[in-house]
Ligand binder design. Structure first.
Ligand SMILES: NC(=O)c1ccc[n+]([C@@H]2O[C@H](COP(=O)([O-])OP(=O)(O)OC[C@H]3O[C@@H](n4cnc5c(N)ncnc54)[C@H](OP(=O)(O)O)[C@@H]3O)[C@@H](O)[C@H]2O)c1
Length: 277
């Protein structure tokens, strides 16, 4: 598995998204993914599935020669748990459910306009100092929020997890991440099922003997962006990892780049204000 190195973190270039996966389906998806070569798991307190992601991880470790350190685990603190006190409780509960003393990456899942960013960033940094997470980062941060977070944080931020896929124009925030030396983790890389059937992606896929989903993932990986596609389907799990043995030409990258639109989001923020970048 290729890795993205950023601010001391080595993040496997593709991860398994787990939102909506629950119970045995979730456990099986995680163990199958680990067997297939996934080394990066994405969960969140909000998904209500940390106990099953943890169970899958522990079963996967027991069934292989992998060590805990070989798998990069991310979880997140939701926007309604960012106030001092609530933040610490959320992290403790996540670790307990995952049955882990630490995760690799802890993210602020969304900003909360009613909690000063100084407070939530301080809590995030404290979690790292306490050894509850190896690295810290943010999710759904706009350019302005990133600028502020970078100034406030006493620890390096390693990623901004945001919606990225071929149908959404994220040029501005991608530029801000690059400027700050922060990696980008792409959620909804299959645009929640809108990628399959797209004429351009299907046609380019055919020329490489790949699916449109593989082309969409390759498009991101080739830009150094780390997608975390979600599936429990073993064929899709395998296909989503098989994107490192072909390349898209500059012309193909440019053609896919023309699909992006400012209003191409498939996810709405859980609270106002809405997106400004
Ligand atoms: N930080 C945040 O605010 C945030 C927000 C949203 C999501 N996320 C994270 O990002 C992850 C991914 O986003 P998402 O789950 O919303 O959307 P997604 O990964 O873009 O889309 C999931 C859909 O894609 C399909 N799919 C996956 N691989 C496929 C393949 N090879 N061929 C055809 N279809 C395929 C799946 O269908 P099948 O089940 O049939 O394979 C599923 O319906 C989440 O699970 C979560 O971990 C984070």
């Amino acid at each position: 598995m290729n890795v993205v190195e950023v601010n001391g973190a080595r993040i496997p270039a593709i991860g398994l998204g787990t939102m909506t996966l629950k119970e045995q389906v979730c456990v099986d998806a995680v163990t199958t993914a680990m067997r297939l070569g996934y080394r990066h798991l994405d969960t969140a307190e909000r998904y209500g599935n940390e106990q099953w992601v943890g169970e899958g991880l522990h079963q996967g470790l027991a069934a292989t020669s992998l060590k805990r350190e070989d798998v990069f685990v991310t979880t997140k603190v939701y926007w309604d748990k960012l106030a001092p006190g609530d933040f610490e409780a959320s992290v403790a509960e996540s670790l307990q459910k995952l049955r882990l003393p630490w995760v690799d990456l802890l993210l602020i899942h969304w900003n909360n306009p009613k909690v000063p960013l100084a407070d939530s960033i301080a809590s995030l940094c404290a979690a790292k100092r306490k050894g509850q997470t190896k690295h810290i980062g943010v999710a759904n941060f706009t350019t302005a929020m990133l600028d502020e977070a970078v100034k406030l944080s006493t620890e390096p931020l390693v990623t901004n997890q945001i919606e990225v896929h071929p149908f959404l124009d994220q040029s501005k925030v991608l530029g801000a991440c690059r400027r700050h030396g922060i990696s980008v983790t792409a959620y909804c890389p299959i645009a929640r099922g809108k990628v399959p059937g797209n004429e351009v992606l299907e046609r380019i896929g055919k020329t490489h003997g790949r699916s449109s989903s593989q082309v969409a993932l390759r498009y991101l990986v080739q830009q150094g962006i780390m997608p975390i596609p979600r599936t429990a389907n073993p064929d899709h799990l395998a296909a989503n990892l098989a994107v490192f043995d072909f390349g898209l030409s500059a012309a193909e990258m440019a053609e896919i780049g023309k699909l992006k639109r400012p209003d191409g989001r498939v996810v709405n923020p859980p609270h106002a204000p809405t997106w400004d970048s």
